[in-house]
Design a protein around this ligand. Structure first.
Ligand code: 5AD
Ligand code: SF4
Length: 673
């Protein structure tokens, strides 16, 4: 909620002509949007604001504001603690912020305190969005639940629903601007009501609720591919919601369902309105409807009166529910919330121990659940280039788990199927499925990254079509020629492929792509069945780049050339070379197979004998008739056998024709392999 509020404040200021900057040194105004939910958050905010004191001393004109929940909770007292603050504005006074900044800048006022409003007059939609793909959309403000520990109802006021049409308009505009995902925000979205106070949790319309009806409308917005929502209160998360999650394809399989505690005694004192077993029943029902739903939660440890036994109940429920992730908080009293009047009796040390124990349990559970994705496919909405590994992109799957895989800028905003191969921390790593990658690539005007994407995804036509347009501007021309040449080979345009490889060889003979181009030239001959030239080029490659990585391919292809030309001995020698010089290569395995005789050529077996003499007799007879016959000795499990085979042929059709001829002579035939 706070993040979206910050975006909205940025949007409001930008509308007035302000620009954003990352550096306080550059800023004319600094606005701190604060959270009061926990004491720790408040302390951090105060020290962050205080850190601007030297700058304010240097530049007294710098306007400093503290806004959000802390502003509402403490008002003027904030200025007593940090006197450099010029204005204060509570969450409901968010729309007063630009005017407050103006007033201070124009020196019309020395100080502005704007905390009078209890709830926002409306929820605006001019937020500035940090991401261009996924946007936060507020659907309601405030909360009516008054959980005993929580300050939210006091600082954000009562629930006020935003009109559904406004929400839909904002999301449509987001879709028009290329956004693919929206996350609907509210303290308790399941009690969303279209207008303030109307029909909370009304399920009168055939098992739906105002919230599920809203989900249904958003699901129909073209361009939006995914819908998420935060936060659900267990007492209000209903069967209607789970059904909607099952039936609405864009609604993602993730539910954030704060448990807070697993002890009924504590839950009662917290005023949560459910018991542990009711919570678990809800989870069971959710899984009945949405089997692959990820579940996350919030838990508070060290709430007043929490005994060891109560804590153990929380651990137990956590295990039973099976959380993909959880936020664990140490309780802190938040006046005027009701529990702030209770004795905060769990010692700090015990709170810390319980916090650590739950963090350990959470990590164990979430990594076990993450690992279940390994080997499977998961759908990822690509959001950005990885910060550290620039050749990779990251996004989240429908369960809201981060996924990283190899790819470029052209994929941002696309939805990809990724095969998961490992888990690093709480991130899944994998590979995009190539066919889908090619099919899903947007046909944008050629950009360097786009060509790379086309190429790695096997879209050779686009690599060539768009690549030739880039010849002038592409930075690594050698790489471009290599990609175009290779693509042309794949498309069967061997002469043109050769031309591109030759340009590369002529213009950048020292390039890292030159050896690959030499191989590409050889391949272009091989693929067009010109084995003589192919052989010459592979040999040239091997002498020019001895011991290079492509050696295995070159030897392998030389064997193939020899095989095609019927030169079996030479083929055998080349296969041996692959095996001995590149034992770890992919080709070595295939060479071993080829050397197991049959794969090298097609032949016709005309008999298998226990006695060598019988095999010899048949073999002689066939040789006399002009056939190329031979005997192969093989050792079975129990005894040896002698097989008579006829012919060494380059293709199966010729072998079949020979078999037909032999059958006409009354012989039993079996074509090998
Ligand atoms: N102390 C600790 N955690 C709290 N939360 C809310 N109030 C408090 C508090 N006084 C936690 C709850 C809530 C999350 C946003 O913050 O778990 O779900
Ligand atoms: Fe706070 Fe409870 Fe409302 Fe959540 S539901 S905001 S915990 S009062």
């Amino acid at each position: 909620m706070n993040f979206r509020d910050s975006e909205e404040i940025a949007g409001l200021m930008m509308e007035k002509g302000w620009e954003l900057t990352d550096s306080p040194e550059e800023a004319d105004a600094a606005i701190f949007n604060t959270c009061s939910v926990r004491k720790h958050a408040e302390d951090r905010a105060i020290s962050n604001v205080g850190a601007l004191a030297p700058l304010k001393k240097k530049r007294p004109g710098l306007v400093i504001g503290v806004v959000g929940c802390m502003a509402k909770a403490h008002g003027r007292k904030i200025i007593d603690r940090v006197p450099i603050v010029d204005f204060i504005a509570g969450p409901a006074n968010i729309y007063d912020i630009p005017a407050a900044v103006d007033a201070i800048m124009a020196r019309r006022k020395d100080l502005v305190i704007s905390t009078d409003k209890v709830s926002r007059p409306y929820i605006g939609n001019i937020a500035y969005h940090t991401s261009g793909i996924s946007a936060l959309v507020t659907i309601m403000e405030g909360c009516n639940n008054f959980c005993s520990y929580c300050i939210v109802p006091y600082v954000r006021g009562r629930e006020v629903g935003r009109p559904a049409d406004d929400i839909i308009d904002e999301i449509k505009a987001l879709a028009d601007n290329g956004y693919k995902e929206v996350t609907l925000l509210g303290q308790n979205v399941n009690s969303y009501a279209d207008k303030s106070g109307v029909s909370l949790n009304d399920t009168s319309q055939s098992g739906t609720s105002p919230f599920t009806r809203l989900l249904g409308r958003i699901n129909g917005i073209e361009g939006i591919e995914r819908v998420r929502f935060l936060t659900s209160h267990p007492k209000d998360a209903s069967e209607a919601l789970f059904k909607a999650m099952r039936d609405l394809p864009k609604v993602c399989e993730h539910l954030h369902l704060p448990l807070q505690s697993g002890s009924d005694k504590i839950l009662k004192s917290m005023n949560r309105g459910y018991t542990a077993s009711e919570y678990l029943k809800k989870v069971e029902l959710l899984r009945k409807y949405v089997a692959d739903c990820a579940l996350t939660t919030d838990i508070i440890v060290g709430y007043p009166g929490e005994s060891d036994e109560d804590f153990r109940m929380t651990e137990k429920v956590m295990r039973e529910a099976g959380f993909n992730s959880a936020f664990i908080f140490k309780y802190s009293p938040r006046p005027p919330a009701k529990a702030s009047g209770f004795d905060d009796d769990v010692p700090k040390k015990v709170k810390e121990e319980r916090n650590q124990a739950l963090l350990r349990l959470r990590d164990k559970m979430s990594s076990a659940l993450d690992r279940e994705f390994i080997g499977g496919e998961t759908e990822v909405l690509v959001e950005q280039i990885c910060r550290k590994e620039k050749h990779k992109v990251s996004g989240r799957n429908r369960q809201n788990i981060k996924v990283v895989f190899e790819g470029g800028r052209a994929l941002i905003g696309a939805i990809k199927k990724v095969k998961v191969s490992s888990v690093v921390g709480h991130t899944l790593a994998g590979t995009a499925l190539l066919a889908l990658l090619a099919a899903g690539l947007p046909l944008m005007p050629a950009a360097a990254e786009t060509i790379d994407e086309y190429f790695v995804s096997g879209d050779y036509e686009n690599t060539v079509r768009e690549g030739v347009k880039l010849v002038q501007s592409y930075k690594e021309k050698d790489k471009l020629y290599y990609m175009i040449g290779t693509s042309l080979n794949k498309l069967g345009r061997y002469d043109l492929a050769r031309k591109n490889f030759n340009i590369l060889m002529d213009t950048a003979p020292k390039s890292r792509f030159a050896p690959l181009a030499q191989l590409g030239i050889a391949d272009s001959y091989y693929l067009s069945s010109d084995y003589k030239n192919a052989r010459a080029c592979y040999e040239k490659y091997l002498s020019k780049y001895p011991k290079s990585e492509g050696g295995a391919v070159a030897y392998f292809r030389l064997a193939k050339c020899a095989q095609k030309e019927g030169n079996w001995q030479s083929a055998r020698n080349y296969y041996q070379k692959v095996k001995s010089e590149y034992p770890m290569s992919f080709e070595a395995q295939t060479a071993s197979d080829a050397l197991r005789d049959e794969i090298l050529f097609f032949t016709v077996q005309v008999g298998s004998f226990n006695k060598k003499a019988n095999a010899l007799r048949l073999c002689d007879e066939l040789v006399k008739k002009g056939y190329e016959a031979s005997i192969v000795k093989s050792s079975g499990d129990t005894e040896e056998s002698y097989k008579v085979r006829v012919g060494r042929l380059g293709d199966r059709d010729s072998a079949e024709a020979l078999a037909k001829k032999l059958r006409a002579e009354g012989l039993p035939t079996k074509v090998l392999p």
